[in-house]
Design a binder for this molecule. Structure first.
Ligand code: GDP
Length: 326
């Protein structure tokens, strides 16, 4: 299939073609990557095209991300949207634990023709997975999906990575109060635009509301009065579907607030620039690591750092000196 045919199939939302196109952007083969870039250029919309809403959703395993995405996705489809679900999970090759973007955990959404669920590529570095996800997002938008939900689990850098590829970053948590609040990483609260306490049902409704109030106070310290946006803390039950429309309304309010202040476009443009430099860094690092020169001194230099005969700074210099630039 030619790039033009792939582009046409993607734009017509032909699912088999879309799947092929995504496989192409996920491939690490240099010839595939070259084709993928051609394809991305071919489907990139003009400046007047409608802008999809990109939402990141994070939280520890078991908090209810899949259940929330299923409920939210169905709600969005009832509003007339087309919903794509992607995942960033560089650790998804691990055995056990839930696989993000697992269709069986989003049963009704997975079979809805107005939804498309793509699990995370199962191998590769975070950088590689992030690149594939960003590029898949462009394909999904070209295919007419106007809401993109990106699921991630709070492992290492993956939250920061996802926060940098979406417009609104949502953090799901469970009812935690007092000391338990300390267990929530401050970093994730700094990234969050919307916070929702999930599983606010049955005997846990009151507890969830108390937790939401405490979290709200904690957030006020991060976002002082006068900030453009102060993240709301909501309560919801993904299994019962309560609070899900309000969760979506908060996401829309966030988007409108940023748009009215001119921040929305500025952030998107900055994300593109940051992304460009991330790829430059990743590419250079890959070249250094795989260069013949570096390969020939690597074990010796590492051993010298380990036994203390070389300082890390001198070792880094030796490695860079050995890099032959190819
Ligand atoms: P994930 O690992 O974050 O994707 O979590 P899941 O969506 O797979 O949910 C983990 C477990 O919590 C499942 O057994 C769900 O049925 C349950 N669960 C998810 N949301 C809720 C909720 O709102 N209320 C209750 N009571 N259980 C929930």
């Amino acid at each position: 299939m030619t790039v033009a045919e792939l582009a046409e199939g993607v734009r017509a939302d032909k699912r088999a073609v879309l799947a092929r196109a995504i496989t192409l952007v996920e491939s690490r083969r240099p010839d595939h990557q070259a084709l993928a870039q051609e394809l991305l250029l071919a489907v990139t919309p003009g400046p007047d095209a409608p802008i999809a809403t990109r939402v990141g959703i994070t939280g520890v395993p078991g908090v209810g991300k899949s259940t929330t995405i299923e409920a939210l996705g169905n709600h969005l489809i009832s509003l007339g949207h087309k919903v794509a679900v992607l995942a960033v999970d560089p650790s998804s090759t691990r055995s056990g634990g839930s696989i993000l973007g697992d269709k069986t955990r989003m049963g009704t959404l997975a079979v809805n023709p107005r939804a498309y669920i793509r699990p995370s590529p199962t191998s590769g570095t975070l950088g590689g997975v992030a690149k594939a996800t960003r590029e898949t997002m462009v394909l999904m938008e070209a295919a007419g999906f106007d809401v993109i939900l990106v699921e991630t689990v709070g492992v290492g850098q993956s939250e920061v990575t996802v926060a940098n590829m979406v417009d609104t970053f949502a953090f799901l948590t469970l009812a935690r109060t007092g000391d338990q609040l300390q267990g929530i990483k401050k970093g994730v609260l700094e990234l969050a635009d919307v916070v929702a306490v999930n599983k606010a049902d049955g005997d846990h409704v009151v507890e969830a509301r108390v937790a939401a109030r405490e979290l709200s106070s904690a957030l006020r310290l991060i976002h002082p009065r006068g900030s453009l946006w102060r993240p709301p803390v909501l309560t919801q039950s993904a299994v019962e579907g309560t609070g899900i429309p309000e969760f979506w309304d908060a996401i829309l309010r966030h988007r409108t607030t940023l748009q009215e202040a001119g921040e929305f476009d500025r952030r998107r443009r900055q994300q593109q620039v940051d992304w460009t430099w991330t790829m430059v860094r990743d590419t250079i690092l890959g070249r250094v690591e795989h260069s013949d020169g570096v390969r020939s001194v690597r074990s010796e230099v590492e051993a010298a750092v380990q036994d203390g005969s070389l300082t890390p700074a001198l070792a880094a210099q030796r490695i860079l000196d050995a890099f032959d630039g190819r």
